[in-house]
Each structure stands twice: as structure tokens, then as C-alpha cells.
Design a protein around this ligand. Structure first.
Ligand code: ADP
Length: 216
């Protein structure tokens, strides 16, 4: 079983790399952010308090995400492995995951996507997405051919609710205070942590670096 953990600040490209890994390795992309947004959209499985925390860029309760992840990882399509994106994000979550993996005699590989602060800000403030097909864009760094419209289906691009300045600041703050220490924890536990410079290269080049690191 391949357990790949993509680790990095908001805007480090975890989602993009997870999609590429999923396509090539044929294992599912497990994104806690996506699962939570879907739960909020469908109105099932999360309380209004959880939705409000997400809107504010604050981490939601460990038990909420742990339950979502456990449920997702137990499905048959994750039997041969998965790519975790946005989990674990606190020490308690990291301990929870370690226990889950140990019980299944599985090791994890942690890919740490390192990105300069200024690049992170440009990526988050410029980020847009096609609401129909999910194609990601960045109006500052990777704009669509026609202003604010999806290249593939012409749909008007949207900005995620939490991609505005105040909320971005809160998300980066949560990362520094609660998530960054997780990396040290995983290292001390003896997990393989591979740092990948993901600041300037296009996604495909970052992806090649990850593949090379995974093959070694
Ligand atoms: P980001 O771009 O900030 O990494 P995500 O899409 O991963 O965004 O997550 C969006 C929001 O969902 C977070 O700001 C947080 O409120 C919540 N969230 C996602 N993953 C977790 C997690 N592992 N633990 C707690 N909250 C989470």
C-alpha cells in the first residue's frame, strides 16, 4: 500500500500535485478541504460551526476530519494506497494517522512542498477555478486565454470563499502555528520526509521531482 502525504502551506500546490499523482499511480486523491467543502455544499455531515470555521480560515475540530478521513481510507478504492492532501494538519491528526497506518502495517512517505512566501501570496490571491470542470487557473500567474473564463468550457471562473486577504492570513497563520510542527513530529517518528522545491517550476516539473524522489 502506498500512503503518500503531501505536506505544505496553503498555496504550495498540494491539490495540483495530488491530481497528477492520482492520474499516474491510479490511487485516490484524499483531500480533507475538498471533502469538507462537499459536506458543506450538501449540508450533510458537518455543523454550521464547522462551516463557519472554514469560512474564517481556522482549522476545524480534529474529530471531524479524522472521521471523514477514516471513512474515506476504508473504501475499497484506497486499498492499494492513496494521496493525502491537507491531512494531517495538527499533531493529534498526525498521531491518529500514524496509528491507522501502523494497524495496517503501512509506511507513509511525506512530500514537503517548499514554496517562497511571496509566491504563496500570489498563488492564493490569484487563484480561480472553473465551477463546472474544476480546472484550476491563476489570474496573476497562469491566466485563462479569455479573461475570467475557462479555456475548456467557457464557464465563468470562481474564487474560493476563503481566498480573500483576511482569510488567507488566518490560513497561513494556522499553518505556521499548528501544521508546521507536524513535520518535525513526523521526522522524529522516523517517517520518510522528502523536501521538494516547488517555488518556481511549473507543476509538471515539480511532479517529475516528486516521481524521482518516490522512485529512490
Ligand atoms: P488550504 O488551501 O488552506 O490548504 P484546504 O482546501 O486544504 O485549504 O482546506 C480548507 C479549509 O478546510 C481549512 O482552512 C480548514 O478550515 C479546513 N480543513 C481542511 N483540512 C483540515 C484538517 N486536516 N484539519 C482541520 N481543518 C481542515
Amino acid at each position: 500500500m502506498k500512503a503518500i502525504v503531501l505536506f505544505g502551506s496553503p498555496g504550495s500546490g498540494k491539490g495540483t500535485q495530488a491530481k497528477l499523482l492520482t492520474e499516474c499511480l491510479g490511487i485516490p486523491h484524499v483531500s480533507t478541504g475538498e471533502m469538507l467543502r462537499e459536506a458543506v455544499r450538501s449540508g450533510r455531515g458537518v455543523t454550521p460551526k464547522t462551516a463557519a470555521k472554514m469560512q474564517a480560515g481556522i482549522l476545524v475540530k480534529d474529530e471531524v476530519v479524522e472521521a471523514l478521513v477514516e471513512d474515506r481510507l476504508s473504501r475499497p478504492d484506497a486499498a492499494n494506497g492513496f494521496v493525502l492532501d491537507g491531512y494531517p494538519r495538527t499533531l493529534a491528526q498526525a498521531e491518529h494517522l500514524t496509528r491507522w497506518l501502523e494497524a495496517r502495517a503501512t509506511c507513509e512517505v511525506v512530500i514537503h512542498l517548499q514554496v517562497d512566501y511571496n509566491v504563496i501570496i500570489a498563488r492564493l490571491t490569484g487563484r480561480r477555478e472553473c465551477p463546472r470542470c474544476g480546472t484550476p487557473y491563476n489570474v496573476l500567474l497562469r491566466p485563462p486565454k479569455v479573461d475570467e473564463l475557462c479555456d475548456l468550457d467557457g464557464e465563468k471562473l470562481v474564487r474560493r470563499d476563503d481566498d480573500n486577504e483576511d482569510v488567507i492570513r488566518a490560513r497561513l497563520d494556522a499553518y505556521e502555528r499548528q501544521t508546521r510542527p507536524v513535520l518535525e513530529y513526523l521526522r522524529t517518528k522516523g517517517e520518510r520526509v522528502i523536501a521538494v522545491d516547488a517555488s518556481n517550476d511549473p507543476p509538471e516539473a515539480v511532479y517529475q521531482k516528486i516521481r524521482r524522489a518516490l522512485e529512490n
